[in-house]
Design a binder for this molecule. Structure first.
Ligand code: DX5
Ligand code: ZN
Length: 221
């Protein structure tokens, strides 16, 4: 079953609570929250206080995507702020510190995920695969919404699905960047089961229709 995770990066930040309620009613499964520090990626977005506010505003599953350097410094604070799942980039620190961050997240009773930028190979997940609940494959260079889907990531998605089946079949496989009604089916076919969609959901006036179109197209293929 495909899960849809609208990314709040494309939402109206002045009315985040209402935006969350709208996509929840529209059938979204997770709410994807993009945190950027201007160092790991060339943009700055939102942080801990916004996750706290969202936590008070909605009971949706908060999938927090940390695009920050040395996320081990903040892992516990994002958990306490109300994240249900914290995603860390494997490029953001040493293997040792990433493992430590995963331990911290799990000790907080939350789910942990690792994220790969487009240039990072599938094998980079191996040191973490048996300790995480989700792997996120970026299908654009992280930092901005509204970019074009990189079809060249499809073989990597397929390869990570194979590694997941071999090592940790309960682990989810998420894709993020340029996902819409046309690219979603390709990702689902390659083995992704959680689809992040910013512009393709929050960018549309009818969010329910947008989510339905993504789901229906995934079922068709
Ligand atoms: C990009 C972010 C994405 C972004 C996706 O760095 O991680 O979550 O919001 O936006 P779309 O779906 O518009 O490509
Ligand atoms: Zn994201």
């Amino acid at each position: 079953m495909i899960k849809i995770a609208p990314s709040v990066l494309a939402a109206d930040f002045c009315r985040l609570g209402a935006e969350a309620a709208e996509v929840k009613a529209a059938g979204a499964d997770y709410l994807h929250v993009d945190v950027m520090d201007g160092l790991l990626v060339p943009n700055i977005s939102i942080g801990i206080p916004v996750v706290e506010s969202l936590r008070r505003a909605t009971d949706m599953f908060l999938d927090v995507h940390l695009m920050i350097t040395e996320p081990v410094r903040y892992a516990e604070r994002f958990c306490k702020a109300g994240a249900d799942l914290v995603n860390l980039h494997v490029e953001s620190d040493t293997q040792e510190n990433t493992l430590r961050a995963i331990e911290i997240i799990r000790a907080c009773g939350k789910r942990a995920g690792v994220t790969l930028k487009p240039k990072t190979p599938a094998e980079a997940v191996l040191p973490f695969l048996d300790r995480v609940d989700l792997i996120l494959v970026m299908t654009v260079e992280p930092g901005f919404g509204g970019q074009h889907f990189m079809a060249a990531q499809l073989p990597k998605i397929r390869e990570i699905r194979r590694l997941i089946e071999m090592n940790n079949p309960a682990c989810e496989l998420e894709v993020d960047g340029g996902i819409d009604r046309d690219t979603a089916p390709q990702c689902a076919e390659a083995g992704a089961n959680v689809l992040v969609a910013g512009s393709a959901v929050f960018g549309k006036p009818d969010r329910a229709a947008a989510i339905r179109a993504i789901r229906e197209n995934c079922l068709k293929n």
